[in-house]
Design a protein around this ligand. Structure first.
Ligand code: PLP
Length: 385
């Protein structure tokens, strides 16, 4: 011991027991975790190759297939947040030189462009102002012009609150031998979504939005066409951690160690998916829609305007225009300090112009809508005075 250097006391700090404030998270995510999900997190650990854990992994895959309405064998959670599932999807499907056409009508379209480029794609952008969506005709023209290997779209743009209709796009893609890749981070478990019936080839999502699980685990699903592209690759996937040819040996029948699965996050994710199955997709989608409509009516009664036309509005995320003369940041700060409610401001083209209000999963409840509307009314009165 005597030959060891002295211990540096600089960061030997005094701390208090953890005591986070009881926030109601009505922003773009994370949403509050369901109490049953939090209980699952506290369960004792088992090993990542324990037969009980392997059984749980199979259940997660089936529950995910239900939530996504898919029979894809390659349907698994990735260890990481939504961006990790996004990166896994691109890293595995993009080969250097592939043309990837990305619908850019918000912040997450931009992120797809960035990531696809990093994996060597020739990225082509199809752009729309933030808050608008792409028509079939626009997509058809762009596909015919660019002849992409992959078309990437965001189903639920969390930065704008717009829902991209997906019906009919897969047929266009198949005609031109192109894969349809869809970001479903803010739609899975809250917005109607049919992976197989809509012909989506690859999709990914997150845990912390409409599934009401903490961030840290994020699913993806590949159909046969996508899995085929992965298995025909000439080059190794450039990202070791997210290489599905390796990861799927652990999630498939071989059960070979790749990395230590985040056991507790898988417990939590399973519970979140069980809650989806218990409620049933139809009832869950309807609950999200009804509570969003309550919010929209209430906002209108306060004289506020939504940014996206109602027919394209997401039930999970609403963008509300900040009225002239109102300091949007101060309103959000007031909600947080006076009511423990979190909402968010806009990003990119919508920075300073909108608030973003999420009603996701466990948080999509009548009483939360009523509380938020009350708090918002008070904030507007207080800050105008
Ligand atoms: N895609 C969309 C549409 C999102 O809303 C988000 C997160 O907000 C992501 C991707 C990235 O997910 P994460 O922040 O969990 O990494």
């Amino acid at each position: 011991m005597e030959s060891l250097p002295p211990i540096d006391p600089k960061y030997h700090i005094q701390t208090q027991p953890l005591n986070p404030p009881p926030r109601l998270l009505l922003g773009p995510g994370p949403s509050n975790a369901h109490p049953r999900v939090l209980q699952a997190l506290a369960m004792p650990l088992v090993g990542h190759l324990d037969p009980q854990f392997i059984h749980l992994m199979n259940e997660i895959q089936d529950l995910l297939r239900y939530a996504w309405q898919t029979r894809n064998p390659l349907t698994i959670p990735v260890s990481g947040t939504g961006s990790a599932a996004m990166e896994a999807t691109l890293a595995n499907l993009v080969e250097p030189g592939d043309v990837v056409l990305v619908g850019v009508n918000g912040y997450f379209g931009e992120r797809l462009v960035d990531m696809a480029g990093r994996y060597g794609a020739k990225v082509k952008r199809l752009e729309k102002p933030w808050g608008e969506v792409f028509t079939l005709q626009e997509l058809k023209q762009a596909i015919e012009q660019e002849k992409p290997a992959i078309l990437a779209l965001v189903h639920a743009e969390t930065s704008t609150g717009a829902r991209q209709p997906l019906e009919g796009i897969a047929e266009l893609c198949r005609k031109h031998d192109c894969l349809l890749l869809v970001d479903t981070v803010t739609s899975l478990g809250g917005v109607p979504l049919f992976i197989d019936a809509w012909g989506i080839d690859a999709a990914y999502s997150g845990s912390q939005k409409c599934l009401s699980c903490p961030p840290g685990i994020a699913p993806l699903t590949f159909n046969e066409r996508a899995a085929d592209k992965l298995h025909r690759r000439k080059q190794k996937v450039a990202n070791w951690y997210l290489d599905l040819t390796l990861v799927s040996r652990y999630w498939g029948s071989e059960r070979t160690y790749h990395h230590t699965a985040p056991i507790s996050m898988n417990y939590a994710f399973r519970e979140a998916l069980r809650l989806v199955a218990e409620e049933g997709l139809q009832a869950r989608w309807q609950r999200h829609q009804e509570n969003a409509e309550r919010l929209w009516e209430g906002l209108e009664a306060l004289g506020l305007q939504c940014h996206v036309p109602e027919s394209l509005r997401l039930p999970s995320l609403t963008t509300v225009r900040i009225p002239e003369g109102v300091d949007g940041k101060k309103v959000a700060q007031f909600l947080l300090s006076e009511f423990n409610i979190e909402i968010a401001g806009g990003l990119g083209q919508l920075a300073g112009k909108v608030w973003r209000i999420g009603l996701m999963g466990y948080n999509s409840r009548k009483e939360n809508v009523a509380l938020l509307l009350h708090a918002l009314k008070e904030a507007l009165q207080h800050l105008k005075a």
